[in-house]
Design a protein around this ligand. Structure first.
Ligand code: ADP
Length: 377
């Protein structure tokens, strides 16, 4: 017997005994029926009664289209016309009305016969309700995210102007009256200017973060070597101040948004230059390797390292493992890096040990991820 021949298989199981078929028919939780092209149900199982609440007599006496929700009747007629022409249908969803007024969403498959067509209906009300609820939640979440991003951008943008005023008047005060002030007053003034400068860095980083969040990367071919050279130019003063040695190995051309990738490298190399023990200048290496369908860019250092328990949380906003007096910073740099990697459909992670240095790996896939990819944490 051909195992794909279902009719023959059924015949073999049933062994010619229609009783088996009748029992299976009665037991099915799905709605099964042979429905006449004259509009009446010819044969239907118990699920029709139990699920819809109509009695067997009522179901036998009613045109089946009366059970269909009025708004779905035209489309249901069209589906029946397809069956009448010998077509089969799959996953046609319409609403049926129960006796108590409730409505059930049913997904139908159907196949044609001579005077009747055969249908199987499955109640998908719960599944649809859940899908609807999920879609609504996703929409609410997307709206809230968009609002938060707008808020972060507007707040940091609008804070810039008053801060600029505070900083410039503090500078003016320092220049004009600095000599006339006693040491304590000069110290106060210095502290205030320092606070304004830190706030400036925070606002700049917040603005950067929300820009990365708002703008989808426009990828192009980027010569990574040239990009790293530009970044090293920007970081020149810090590299000199920390007496860092930066080693750059052969780097490929890859597909990325150049401004965002430069920002990511600037944050990673800047950190690698910054987080070293005070008694030892850092050595930083920048490498890249191809894997299947992706490029992994690595910035490694021989600095203070990161405890294993902190290696995930350092990528969250404002997480810093040290006091300001030890190492300066805002705690936003790695959050920006993670955003950039994720906007490229990739990810960033660190391998590190306390005192053993750190290696930050950024995986950038060759092709962008499908739209709707979750941005993760
Ligand atoms: P910031 O550098 O402004 O403090 P980041 O978000 O760039 O903020 O980094 C978060 C924290 O992660 C840092 O404060 C530091 O504690 C840790 N960190 C980042 N890069 C390194 C590194 N290369 N070596 C050791 N610790 C690091």
């Amino acid at each position: 017997m051909d195992p794909t021949d279902t009719a023959a298989a059924a015949e073999a199981v049933v062994g010619g005994d229609a009783g088996h078929l009748a029992r299976l028919f009665a037991m099915s939780p799905d709605l099964l029926a042979a429905a006449g092209f004259d509009g009446m149900l010819k044969l239907f199982n118990d699920a029709w009664e139990t699920q819809l609440g109509w009695s067997r007599e009522e179901l036998g006496a009613k045109p089946y289209l009366d059970l269909v929700h009025p708004d779905d009747r035209a489309e249901t007629r069209a589906q029946i016309a397809r069956l009448a022409q010998g077509e089969t249908i799959a996953e046609y969803v319409c609403r049926l009305m129960c006796k108590d007024g409730a409505i059930r969403w049913m997904a139908w498959s159907g196949g044609p016969g001579d005077e009747a067509f055969y249908i199987v209906g499955r109640d998908v009300s719960d599944r649809l309700a859940m899908e609807h609820e999920l879609a609504q939640r996703a929409e609410r979440l997307a709206n809230t995210n968009a609002e938060l991003q707008d808020f972060a951008y507007t707040a940091s943008h609008d804070l810039s102007e008053p801060l600029r005023m505070v900083a410039s008047f503090l500078g003016l005060l320092e220049r004009r009256t600095g000599d006339a002030l006693d040491d304590k007053a000069r110290e106060y003034l210095h502290q205030a200017s320092d606070g304004a400068l830190r706030m400036r860095h925070l606002i700049d980083d917040l603005l950067l973060y929300s820009r990365v969040a708002n703008e989808a990367p426009r990828r192009e071919q980027v010569d990574l070597r040239a990009l790293v050279d530009d970044v090293l130019g920007v970081l020149g003063p810090a590299i000199e101040q920390e007496r860092a040695q930066v080693v750059v190995q052969d780097l490929p051309v890859l597909e990325a948004e150049p401004t965002q990738l430069a920002q990511l490298l600037q944050n990673l190399i800047g950190n690698a230059v910054k987080f070293h023990p005070p008694d030892r200048p850092p050595t930083v290496t920048v490498t890249a390797r191809r894997t299947i369908g992706a490029c992994v860019v690595t910035v490694a250092d021989d600095g203070i390292g990161i405890p294993e328990t902190d290696q995930e949380r350092i990528f969250a906003m404002f997480t810093r493992l040290h006091g300001r007096d030890e190492y300066a910073g805002t705690g936003i740099g790695l959050a920006i890096c993670r955003r950039i990697a994720e906007r490229h459909g990739g990810r960033i992670y660190v391998e590190s040990g306390v005192g053993a240095g750190s290696a930050f790996h950024t995986l950038l896939p060759d092709t962008p991820a499908a739209p709707g990819t979750p941005e993760g944490r």
